[in-house]
Design a protein around this ligand. Structure first.
Ligand SMILES: [Zn+2]
Length: 1021
């Protein structure tokens, strides 16, 4: 049956509102949907399928007229042919291959469906995108895409708005839906299989209008590796009734939930594949499906603060689509549908935000899932079932909930969203053009005009790495053909950057700034060869949000901060980035870079010794491991040779062939200088240390970001668990360095104790039942932890000359269990630093950990432990405020610095109290040295390498409140235990590929593991 009551929205406007046609398209009101949702009585339904939908739906109000039936088709198979039951049936979770098999059966059965392979995962599994639309639209995908590409880049039509209108009129927008990025959120694949069927088969006016007016693109499984593991676990659960099942400790190959925090760094295959699909198709919407909130939270509108770099038009589009979605589902009487909520829309790291930063519309659903396909009684918490102003029909306090219910909500939400979008398809397409145009005009309106990366950056490798990531984001990079000069805004004096309660330092650096000074603009000349990211390009917004600074006000009304607050890539990447507002920059002679940006490399001169300046570029770590047998020495002091200046820690290489090294220099982007004899400077061996990365069986999320970068940089390591360590009494013979990344799960005791030993063993290993639990690590039982035997083994490893690297919570673990004599950690009281970039200061620049670094590195901190150091075992005697205590005078006569005088005797001279800065240990007193049983010998005392900056300079990007608590505390400490070392990071040096500037702090520790005390000045007593 044809759509008798359907009037396409544009025709409706033309018949009834001719005056409006004189207005630009964007000014037109959006069309409401006049079509009645529900089946076409003229089309037969699949009786059995429909009966099962009703059977598996636990309450009639958990369904809608859009999904309470399935239209029948004689030629197109339903999901049942693959699943053996209907979508959302209890006990059924399909593997990715089954989902793909069905999508390809659809493709074979109808010209309305086409399947595209969009790339592979880390473990080699396929990712797909399925296009569904009318046969006419599917047949013309390429022509349509060519038109969309012109709307996406208005430079191509010379900003001709009339031409844009013609293109809009001729084009169909693309609505891209992505499912199950989060592997424990299991409902989307079956919902999307059925949705594809409905869109292809249903002849109701409502669905036909969608099919004719929008191209729906579906990636049914985003995290494919994790999906297959999750299905394994679920099947294990079904095969072992009455038993506890193992939790999904690995989702993707590297990270779990954080796979939805990679849209800035673009390090995961899934992110790159979805980005390339979204950008390649010139799609208008990216709608990502999640499951955590009852029953459907369309968090598109969410809550503030919104990301500061999006086009304001996008915020309006969020409102339009979110509220329409809620309104339509309210009409169906489905409880628990809402769009406002506590999700702040600040961080651009989410997968769906690819659309927001690329001129599209980002959307996200949280529906309600049971983490599998069991039907269960679910009891909600009061805040979940409360009626609020934005949740007028809240979820039920208690209800039986099924996977089918979840599928009903997902599909109903999507169908109403698609109906609204298709009814307003021209409006949204025109908005897409306008947003693209405004992104280009941005260079000369709100600015900046460009970001410039200077040709004389001391870290060309890090610079190229950042520029390549921006290229991957779709940004065009140009290169200056000659020097150019622009006017830079004057630097404002900084004050109170520590946030509220910040300026509380024991000392300050330099003079206090004078706020009345008005900064003067200054000219700056950039050398030829500098890279320029012009902002007059369509994807300027992603560059702006990644390269600019973030500021989250400590008194922001948003108190439940959803994720990180700061990420400035230049700062955290240790790359110089200049934000240029002077539009003259756009006139500098430049040419677009063809292909990926690379750092220059090669060998200069001749000789048998090669000198490589240490500049903390990650490529140098790759270099070391490319020639493990080569003789690499590190200089302990800076030196000059071959007419060049070399930093402390620079490499002197022997025993590597010139052609091999030359090839590496070109590939990795570093310069080597060949000389006949090594310069006379003290050196020590720089070893290709044998590395183990250790994980717990409680959480592998944060250490996954470490592993990912070790793999990318081709640094070999053995992957072990705390259980391996518990069983191995001779770790030192196998490893030089054990890396214990942060986020180990729970507190220090939990690392030792592991999971509770209640119930049955929880295996994580490959069996015929669980074939996909491969590629990471395995165990017969995830419950046991390190244990006291493992603790012993680990301490012995260090005592015998090994290096243990810890960060954040694992640093606290090391301190708790006595790995780091003289180091203490304490939790902050009022400090708030929620995923922010903060400034560090060098304390001991001679430490090998700082080789190649200059001062003021930005580091990433998220509620870090506060370190203190002492010369006494068992703590005490930390520096500065709150450290030693007892330094303040008692109540009595006089002023604070004018001492009390006891009455009735001669005044006694008061000895000078030892004093120390917050990052230092208090010098020993004569009293402590009388019988120094607790005094740590000078060479065994903790060595503070890096500290947090003073309050006024501490915040780089993000949120910092009560920064005085963190200011000046040690950030990186090198502790000694026996013959070995434990390096403790308070910050996290490997985080979501955002902290590339910090990587070499860890790499230096590894390469110098047996010479970490180099350059150390020992206390005299
Ligand atoms: Zn999720």
């Amino acid at each position: 049956m044809t759509a008798v009551c359907y009037i396409p929205p544009m025709r409706l406007l033309r018949s009834f509102l001719p005056a409006i046609l004189a207005l630009p398209l964007a000014a037109q009101p959006s069309a409401t949907i006049t079509l009645k949702p529900g089946r076409d009585p003229g089309q037969a339904i699949d009786e059995e399928y429909t009966r099962k939908i009703r059977e598996y739906t636990t309450e009639t109000f958990f369904n809608s007229p859009l999904t309470d039936y399935l239209p029948a088709s004689k030629t197109v198979p339903t999901p049942k042919v693959v699943l053996g039951d209907i979508s959302g049936a209890p006990g059924i979770l399909p593997y990715s291959t089954e989902v793909y098999k069905y999508m390809r059966m659809l493709e074979a059965a109808t010209p309305r469906v086409k399947v595209f392979s969009i790339g592979k995962t880390e473990e080699g599994r396929e990712m797909i995108a399925v296009a569904v639309a009318s046969e006419k639209l599917i047949a013309q995908l390429d022509e349509n895409r060519a038109r969309l590409a012109q709307l996406a880049d208005p430079r191509r039509i010379h900003f001709d708005d009339a031409e844009a209108d013609r293109l809009v009129a001729a084009s169909t927008p693309i609505y891209y839906i992505t499912g199950t990025i989060h592997s424990t959120e299991t409902g989307a694949p079956t919902a999307l299989m059925e949705l594809a069927y409905r869109l292809a088969v249903d002849d109701s006016a409502y669905v036909k209008a969608i099919r004719d007016n929008v191209i729906t693109l579906i990636t049914p499984v985003v995290e494919v590796d994790g999906r297959d593991r999750m299905v394994d676990i679920y099947r294990w659960h079904l095969a072992h009734p009455g038993q506890n099942w193992p939790s999904l400790i690995y989702w993707g190959h590297y990270v779990a939930h954080d796979n939805n925090r990679d849209s800035m760094g673009l390090t995961l295959a899934l992110t790159r594949n979805v980005l390339n699909t979204f950008v390649g198709w010139k799609a208008q919407v990216l709608h990502d499906l999640h499951e955590s909130v009852p029953y459907l939270y369309d968090n598109t509108v969410g809550d503030g603060p919104y990301n500061a770099w999006i086009d304001p038009m996008l915020a309006d589009e969020w409102e339009m689509m979110g509220w329409n979605n809620v309104a339509e589902m309210q009409k169906f009487g489905m409880p628990g549908v809402f769009t406002h909520g506590t999700f702040d829309t600040w961080s651009p790291s989410y997968l769906m935000f690819i659309a927001a930063t690329h001129n599209g519309i980002s959307r996200l659903y949280e529906t309600f899932g049971n983490g599998g396909a069991d039907t269960e009684e679910r009891t909600l918490r009061p805040n979940e079932y409360a009626r609020t102003w934005f949740k007028q029909n809240p979820p039920l306090p208690k209800a039986k909930w099924s996977q089918r219910d979840n599928n009903n909500y997902e599909e109903t939400g999507l169908l109403t969203g698609l109906a609204y979008f298709s009814a307003n398809n021209k409006l949204f397409l025109h908005n897409f053009y306008l947003k693209s145009k405004r992104s280009i005009l941005k260079a000369k309106t709100e600015g900046p005009a460009a970001y410039v990366f200077t040709a004389d950056d001391p870290r060309p490798g890090a610079q190229a790495d950042l520029l390549r990531m921006l290229q991957d984001q779709g940004c065009e990079i140009s290169r200056a053909k000659e020097p150019f000069t622009v006017t830079m805004p004057g630097k404002k004096p900084r004050a109170g950057r520590g946030g509220r309660g910040g300026a509380n330092d024991a000392t300050t650096d330099g003079e206090a700034p004078k706020p009345e000074e008005k900064p003067k603009p200054e000219p700056r000349t950039f050398p030829a060869g500098s890279y320029i990211l012009r902002m007059d390009q369509p994807y300027s917004r992603i560059a702006d949000t990644l390269l600019d600074y973030q500021y989250w006000a400590p008194n922001d009304p948003q108190k439940s901060i959803y994720d990180d607050t700061g990420w400035t890539f230049g700062e955290l990447g240790n790359v110089q980035v200049a934000r240029v507002t002077d539009v003259k920059v756009l006139d500098a002679p430049m040419s677009m870079v063809d292909g990926a940006v690379t750092a220059p490399g090669g060998i200069e001169g001749t000789g048998s010794v090669y000198l490589v300046n240490h500049n903390a570029d990650s490529a140098l770590m790759t270099l070391r491991y490319r020639f493990p047998a080569g003789d690499f020495q590190a200089s302990e002091e800076p030196f000059e040779a071959a007419g060049k200046k070399f930093n402390r820690g620079s490499f002197m290489i022997r025993g590597v062939g010139a052609s091999d090294l030359g090839q590496s220099a070109h590939e990795l982007g570093f310069r080597a200088y060949a000389v006949d004899a090594a310069p006379a400077v003290k050196t020590h061996p720089l070893r290709a240390a044998r590395i183990a990365i250790m994980h717990t069986w409680m959480n592998t999320q944060a250490e996954g970001w470490w592993r990912l970068e070790f793999d990318r940089l081709k640094i070999p390591y053995t992957y072990i668990s705390t259980q391996t360590v518990a069983k191995d009494a001779d770790l030192r013979s196998k490893y030089d360095v054990i890396v214990f990344g942060p986020g180990a799960g729970g507190n220090a005791q939990a690392i030792v104790n592991g999971r509770p030993m209640f119930g049955n063993p929880l295996p994580w290993k490959v069996t015929p039942e669980t074939p996909n639990l491969a590629h990471t690590d395995e165990t017969d039982d995830m419950r046991p932890g390190l244990g006291f035997t493992g603790l012993d083994h680990l301490q012995e490893f260090v005592a015998k000359g090994g290096l243990l690297i810890t960060a954040s919570d694992t640093a606290t673990f090391a301190v708790t269990f006595g790995f780091a004599p003289g180091v203490s950690t304490s939790p902050a009281r009022n400090l708030k630093v929620t995923g922010s970039a903060v400034r560090s200061k060098i304390v001991d620049g001679a430490s090998p950990i700082l080789y190649g670094y200059s001062d003021n590195l930005a580091i990433f901190a998220s509620n870090p432990p506060l370190f203190g150091v002492s010369n006494m075992a068992g703590g005490g005697g930390g520096g500065g405020r709150g450290g030693g205590g007892g330094n303040q005078r008692a109540t009595g006569r006089g002023t604070e610095d004018d001492p009390d005088i006891p009455q009735g005797r001669l005044p006694a001279e008061i000895p000078e109290e030892p004093h120390a800065q917050p990052w230092e240990a208090t010098p020993l007193t004569d009293e402590q040295l009388r019988n120094p049983v607790n005094v740590i010998p000078p060479a065994a005392r903790p060595r503070v390498v890096l500290r947090y900056a003073n309050s006024a300079d501490l915040l780089v990007s993000g949120l910092l409140d009560n920064g005085g608590e963190l200011a000046q505390h040690p950030a990186v400490v090198d502790a000694t235990l026996g013959r070995g070392h434990v390096v403790l990071f308070s910050n996290n040096p490997f985080w979501r590929a955002e902290t590339k500037g910090s990587y070499f702090l860890v790499f230096n520790a590894i390469l110098n593991f047996d010479n970490l005390s180099a350059g150390r000045k020992l206390a005299s007593r």
